[in-house]
Design a binder for this molecule. Structure first.
Ligand code: NCD
Ligand code: ZN
Length: 340
């Protein structure tokens, strides 16, 4: 019999961009509606690099979502990060993790790290104290084809890093390639990955379907079909190394539909619906709860959430806009509905 309804432990989102100001107020309730907690990426302008900045940002997030949502704050790593300060912020419970943006890799990464060696002392300290290292895994070398930047990052940066830091908890964020799925699956247990809905649904044809499609553009950019299939297999595999991280990254419609459109997909409004459809199509609905609600907290060393959420099988059309933003799957039919 076909399953008509699915109730799972309340999930978390291990990678979100909640922005700030009016945009924060607009988008954060969508994340809080579906998820109990989220790893909040720090790429504001200026980036979140201090406990003070994180503390007031956390207050602004909770003001936008209400107190039932727990933002897990991350520290934006710069070349001159102070390992002692980082460790203090972790001990105080402010930092859940620290994030590597290679300088120039993506939205608001100008203050990012120019050479991984610059943060080795911070990584040593994070390894000692059990603090998670979140990685935007793309090289920024303009000579490297944009579709190859994740695979080259794995060879040049991540593979040596995993050898140099055998006990550092690392999350390769928003994986997009067969190489990444394979590398993480084969790596020791301290290496995990998040997976977005867009990298499960889209291949690079989506960027050019009938014309240039700015709302399918994110970083790392979607790849060939063989890579999408490998990432899907990783997501539904049941391996505790792979967990949910939407990378919801809203930009105004004008910023997306531009001569130089911003990278980022706003998927918070239908995130669980988007993911569950993939698990359904892969015959893996029984593995969805672990991917959405168990693997992430276990990796981060946090308790599982109490409470549940329910999705029902019900076709519905995603609106063309949500709050004036163009959501992932705009205008498409989805087959599951989140009922809270
Ligand atoms: C993100 C953003 O807009 O902040 N964009 C994106 O395409 N994913 C940054 C990031 O995670 O790379
Ligand atoms: Zn991101």
């Amino acid at each position: 019999m076909t399953l008509q309804s699915l109730t799972i432990r309340r999930p978390d989102d291990w990678h979100v961009h909640l922005r700030d100001g009016e945009m924060l107020k607009t988008v954060a309730p969508y994340t809080a509606r579906q998820f109990a907690r989220a790893i909040v990426m720090p790429n504001l302008v200026p980036p979140i690099t201090t406990v003070e900045a994180a503390s007031s940002y956390r207050d602004r997030i909770i003001a936008a979502t209400g107190p039932d949502f727990t933002p897990l704050m991350t520290c934006y790593l710069t070349n001159d990060v102070d390992p002692d300060g980082l460790a203090r912020g972790f001990a105080e419970g402010m930092w859940a993790a620290a994030k590597l943006y290679p300088a120039g890799a993506t939205t608001n990464s100008a203050s990012g790290v120019t050479d991984i060696r610059n943060i080795y002392p911070a990584l040593e300290r994070m390894q000692e104290i059990g603090m998670t290292f979140c990685i935007h895994g793309e090289v920024t070398d303009p000579d490297i084809d944009v579709f190859d930047r994740e695979a080259v990052f794995i060879d040049r940066i991540l593979s040596p890093l995993v050898d140099d830091f055998p006990a550092l908890k690392m999350v390769l964020e928003h994986i997009t390639t067969r190489q990444a799925a394979q590398f993480v699956a084969d790596a020791p247990a301290n290496v995990a990955a998040t997976i977005t809905p867009q990298h499960l649904h889209l291949n690079r044809n989506a960027l050019f379907k009938g014309g240039l499609r700015p709302h399918a553009y994110c970083l790392p950019v979607v790849k060939r079909e063989e890579h999408r299939l490998a990432v899907r297999q990783a997501a539904v595999s049941g391996s505790p190394k792979f967990f949910l991280g939407t990378d919801t990254a809203p930009h105004s419609r004008e910023a997306k539909e531009s001569a130089c459109g911003c990278a980022g997909i706003f998927n918070a409004s239908y995130a669980l619906e988007s993911y569950v459809q993939v698990f359904d199509d892969e015959g893996a609905l029984d593995r969805f709860e672990a991917f959405a609600s168990e693997h992430g907290p276990r990796f981060y060393g946090l308790p599982l959430n109490e409470g549940t959420v329910t999705l029902v099988r019900a076709e519905h059309q995603v609106p063309e806009t949500v709050e004036g933003l163009v959501p992932f799957h705009a205008g498409e039919m989805l087959r599951w509905r989140f009922v809270g």
